[in-house]
Design a protein around this ligand. Structure first.
Ligand code: DX5
Ligand code: ZN
Length: 226
């Protein structure tokens, strides 16, 4: 699905680093960003627990910008379509957890969401290469999923290079997202490797001036563009 008003580089702040008790004002603070990144965790796929569909529905109703939902949950084949039905612009599930990733991506697109698939740092992207046109976004995790505030893992960058090269070769219009440890220091490496969509939690919500932090990330990414 084309969203022409969101050209690369896209900056998606993660509300995992926001103050959960003041979600409405925390969402208002990131109005200058592209998408709000919503980390759904189930205490099974990852050792942490966050939001479920009711909370995501309230975020959807309150957010000034569209939702980029990242599902770190078991059995996404069963649960992911519900997040698309709520109205999330983008729904990303983990390759490691999905029984039939291509069928699930088709269902998400059928509901009207962008379909995303994510890989943990230790998971290869080879199985995705021949299906690139089935997805609107591929998320290469640059930390082990579960918690904000971890250090960026540069050893994940070759996967981005591989995906960017293959997407170009096949003419696939797929966004390449990174998530974990993205800051003004690390975003350039990810952009250079081919990422065009950047999740940042602590680098945005930990900043004194959120608008300046978003603008700074955008500028640094654009400067190192692939
Ligand atoms: C981690 C989440 C991330 C997290 C990133 O599992 O998927 O979205 O919020 O936080 P930072 O940017 O602080 O690494
Ligand atoms: Zn995430």
């Amino acid at each position: 699905m084309a969203l022409p008003d969101h050209p690369a580089p896209r900056i998606n702040p993660s509300i995992l680093s926001a103050d959960f008790a003041n979600m409405q004002s925390e969402l208002a603070r990131i109005a200058a960003a592209d998408f709000v990144h919503v980390d759904v965790m189930d205490n099974h796929f990852v050792p942490n627990l966050t939001f479920g569909p009711q909370m995501v529905e309230r975020v959807q109703a309150t957010s000034p910008i569209p939702l980029d939902v990242h599902l770190m949950i078991d059995d996404p084949d069963r649960w992911a379509p519900g997040y698309a039905e709520i109205g999330a612009a983008s729904v990303t599930f983990h390759l490691e957890a999905a029984a039939d990733p291509v069928a699930l991506a088709r269902r998400l697109r059928g509901i009207g969401a962008r379909a995303g698939v994510a890989v943990k740092p230790g998971t290869g992207v080879e199985p995705l290469l021949e299906h690139l046109t089935e997805f609107d976004q591929i998320l290469v995790m640059t930390v082990e999923p579960g918690f904000g505030g971890q250090s960026f893992m540069p050893e994940t960058l070759p996967k981005l290079r591989r995906l960017a090269e293959e997407a170009r070769r096949r003419g696939a219009d797929v966004w390449l997202q990174v998530d974990g440890g993205i800051s003004s220091e690390t975003i350039g490496q990810a952009a250079e490797a081919g990422a065009d969509t950047f999740v940042a939690g602590s680098a945005v919500y930990g900043a004194d001036d959120i608008d300046a932090a978003i603008a700074g990330l955008r500028q640094a990414a654009a400067h190192h563009r692939h």
